[in-house]
Design a protein around this ligand. Structure first.
Ligand code: ATP
Length: 327
């Protein structure tokens, strides 16, 4: 196994608050251990196109509190092809980069896994996505901040919902996972959460109207996970219009506001611990694993497990919890 002298860092896929804290931790922990560090701009795009900067300790000063990513991020079609990945490998050789730390979501780690196998490159991943849709880790970097952003918005919507006696559908991100919708529903005291993991044979909207809204409440907030297959919150509001015209339904799609903002303490600490651990892992000779946090302990998660979030199933008891606590 060749000795590692220089480590490249990139952020890829959707930006997530705490990515900067992770870049800082990786850079400083690597420098502490005597490695050189290079920042790859715009995710895999910068690796393919050779857009690389040197990172010193002071390059990552004053970023721990900032959302987004100082290295920029992007989606990269070329990296999906063998030819594109070969170009990325050529850049690594040219720049003298011996190992990579990839910060991103399931797509980014899927790419990392393929690249590592094809070109025998040591790669360690960090879970950087607001969606929390990675296996082997309790939460991902950015998830806690996004939850806090959502509940702040829902608290404001609640004022209008109660004043006007309306039903509000609030659509949140999550890719194909319902963690953001379900946990922000618990935290904001919403009446229900509608998430992709729920049984499709249950008419969740009908249940909500009949059990809660109709009997005891004249306003309700329902957190809805984005879902291109069902049409998300817009489709639910349309159904209310058709089937329950006595209720006034409104839709708020929170959109990209969920991805920005200064990371919470929880995300900064998670990013700092996992970022430093990524360098420790490379020193130990670990390869092709994602750093995760399980029950307060750092764990190494093989990429194959990390990209399969269905192994970390949503607690269906929490769906009942939302309903029970909002009666
Ligand atoms: P988020 O969860 O925030 O959407 P992500 O990492 O899942 O983040 P994607 O857009 O799915 O975001 O992936 C980011 C990049 O990773 C892609 O643009 C592509 O360059 C690379 N990638 C994704 N899937 C693959 C794949 N199967 N093979 C090679 N590269 C991939």
């Amino acid at each position: 196994m060749a000795t590692i002298k220089c480590i490249g860092i990139l952020t890829s896929g959707g930006d997530a608050p705490g990515m900067n804290a992770a870049i800082r931790a990786v850079t400083r922990r690597a420098i502490y251990s005597g490695y050189r560090v290079k920042g790859i701009l715009r995710g895999y795009k910068g690796l393919v196109a050779d857009e690389i900067i040197d990172l010193q300790s002071d390059s990552v000063s004053n970023i721990i509190q900032q959302g987004g990513t100082m290295l920029k991020t992007a989606r990269c079609e070329e990296f999906m092809t063998e030819q594109g990945r070969r170009a990325a490998y050529e850049t690594m050789k040219k720049q003298g980069i011996d190992a990579l730390v990839v910060i991103g979501g399931d797509g980014s780690l899927t790419g990392a896994s393929i690249f590592a196998q094809e070109f025998d490159v040591p790669i360690v991943g960090l879970p950087g996505t607001i969606d929390n849709d990675l296996g082997g880790t309790d939460t991902t970097i950015g998830y806690d901040t996004a939850l806090n952003t959502i509940i702040e918005a829902v608290d404001k919507l609640r004022d209008t919902a109660t004043s006007h006696e309306r039903l509000f559908f609030v659509e949140v991100m999550g890719h194909t996972a319902g963690y953001l919708a379900l946990n922000s529903a618990i935290a904001s005291g919403a009446e229900a959460a509608i998430i992709p993991e729920m049984h499709t044979d249950v008419d969740q909207l009908g249940q909500l109207i009949n059990q809660g809204f109709r009997k005891s409440k004249n306003s309700a907030i329902v957190l809805v996970a984005e879902n291109p297959q069902t049409g998300g919150a817009m489709a639910l509001a349309e159904r209310v219009k058709q089937e329950f015209p006595q209720y006034e339904a409104r839709v708020t799609i929170l959109g990209h506001i969920q991805r920005g903002g200064s990371p919470t303490a929880i995300d900064r600490i998670l990013a700092s611990r996992l970022g430093a651990a990524a360098i420790g892992a490379l020193l130990e000779g670990q390869r092709n694993v994602m750093m995760g946090m399980r029950n307060g302990q750092i764990v190494y998660v093989p990429f194959s497990r990390a990209i399969n979030h269905h192994e970390k199933s949503i607690d269906t008891g929490d769906e009942d919890l939302v309903r029970i606590l909002s009666i």
